[in-house]
Design a protein around this ligand. Structure first.
Ligand code: ZN
Ligand code: ZN
Length: 351
């Protein structure tokens, strides 16, 4: 324990200046530009223009993703490399960040104090995912296919259906597995240690949907190999499904105040996902869906009370001392018991 403490202390000292530097020199200019939108946000308050934005943004993005996705596959373009996915992320940011400023769900969530940690987590997870998780998953899938039957997946996939239907089918099947994995991470205390990093965030915005501990992704990539070995959809369907998943993912955490109507009952939407991040475990153990929400409806974990808005007070209530820096978040699962003990002492002190 002592060595872990020393290691933690040393690494924290190493990373702190880096986080301070990113705050001051990288994020401050972006913050300044985004602040220029505030007067416009006030101006459109209560107008019909705002309402049209709130209703139309989500369906426009879904349709655009499908159209652009299929067009790209026709031309044989796909985002596979590290650089390409980063560019795609930045394009999302250029549109999402100003829109979040224009029609925010929570003004408090516009505060960007968690950003450096999120940046490090994003790049770290991207590198780790591309160079470790992905090859592992491919190897495991190849092994399973070889052991069982290389042709079985191809035979059962309904390629005769309309491509858009195939995309939604693949999205739903993938999310069935994701649903159970996500639910397991919440209901099993050892798994929760890792997943708690995702829930430690005190604000939701377009960028932090990917905020998670890299080891969480490692376990999932090995587990994912099993369904991937059997579901052999055509490459273009897989590509468009992934692209659509990314769009849904950016919206899932967005701070935009959207009016989604039926979409709240089909997709893992910003509104139902805000309940998933609730401070209360009772409310938080709901809406596990990553892309779609109907597995929650089917398995009894859907939560969306009518006439109510989710709270913007989110995070892990029982651990007020949860680390906030990048390195602290990396170490949190390893020092989880200590965090719990410190939290207990804090409540005793208060009492
Ligand atoms: Zn969760
Ligand atoms: Zn989330």
């Amino acid at each position: 324990m002592k060595t872990l403490n020393q290691l933690e202390g040393g690494l924290l000292q190493l990373f702190a200046p880096l986080e301070r530097f990113s705050h001051r020199y990288l994020l401050a200019p972006i913050r300044f530009l985004l602040h220029q939108i505030d007067p416009l946000a006030e101006k459109i308050e209560g107008t019909r223009f705002k309402k049209i934005l709130q209703i139309s943004i989500y369906p426009i993005f879904l349709v655009l993703t499908l159209v652009i996705g299929f067009k790209l596959t026709e031309q044989g373009i796909s985002f596979r490399t590290f650089g390409q996915t980063i560019v795609m992320f930045l394009i999302f940011g250029l549109v999402f960040a100003p829109l979040e400023r224009l029609i925010p769900f929570s003004k408090r969530w516009l505060d960007d104090k968690e950003l450096p940690a999120d940046w490090f987590l994003f790049f770290g997870n991207k590198l780790w995912g591309d160079y470790l998780n992905k090859p592992l998953r491919i190897a495991a899938t190849a092994w399973i296919v070889q052991e069982i039957s290389p042709e079985i997946g191809k035979q059962i996939w309904p390629s005769y259906l309309h491509p858009v239907v195939q995309v939604f089918l693949l999205l739903s099947i993938n999310d069935f597995f994701r649903y159970w994995y996500h639910r397991w991470m919440h209901e099993n205390s050892f798994m929760w240690r890792w997943h708690s990093v995702h829930h430690s965030s005190e604000r939701l915005y377009w960028f932090n949907g990917t905020r998670s501990h890299p080891l969480e992704g490692l376990v999932s990539s090995i587990l994912w190999a099993i369904p991937f070995a059997f579901i052999k959809a055509p490459a273009e369907i897989v590509f468009v499904t992934n692209l659509l998943g990314r769009t849904i993912g950016r919206f899932q955490h967005t701070n935009m105040d959207l009016i989604l109507g039926p979409f709240d009952y089909i997709f893992s939407s910003p509104k139902n996902h805000r309940y998933h991040h609730s401070k209360s475990h009772v409310i938080g153990h709901t809406n596990y869906g990553g892309d779609v929400i109907f597995w929650d409806i089917l398995f009894g974990t859907f939560y969306l009370p009518k006439g109510e808005e989710p709270s913007d007070e989110i995070g892990i209530e029982e651990l007020p001392n949860y680390p906030k820096s990048f390195l602290g978040l990396m170490l949190a699962p390893f020092i989880y018991r200590r965090l719990q003990k410190e939290a207990e002492e804090l409540t005793e002190e208060k009492a």
